[in-house]
Design a protein around this ligand. Sequence first.
Ligand code: AMP
Ligand code: ZN
Length: 114
Amino acid sequence: MDDCIFCKIIGGEIPSKKIYEDDEMYAFHDISPQAPVHFLVIPKKHIPNVMEASPEDSALLGRLFHKAQALLAEQGCAEKGGRFVVNCKSDGMQTVPHIHIHVLGGRMLGWPPG
Ligand code: AMP
Ligand code: ZN
């Protein structure tokens, strides 16, 4: 999608610190990390948010989560885990309308969210 910053990151028009890429997904460090480990896993397909994902996207979204857990383990968080967050639309405070999994780790995270 033309004016989507995450599509531009996938296309290389906007630089990013890449962690992983294959034919259907891309993972990169968040520009404003909220924990010692904070990266994003996104599909290359432009899906705006969880509520606009279709049943055909189910397997893809499952693979994103599986890759997210593998990458979190690679970042040294296998034992203590972390958090997998998908913000959705305005009440979820989603700021980039291209679906993404936030993956956070490396410190104890607070709950509930504010
Ligand atoms: P959300 O608020 O859930 O939509 O999350 C969007 C995330 O994208 C935020 O954590 C931002 O810090 C992050 N972000 C925005 N622009 C960039 C960028 N150019 N490179 C890396 N992360 C970004
Ligand atoms: Zn996009």
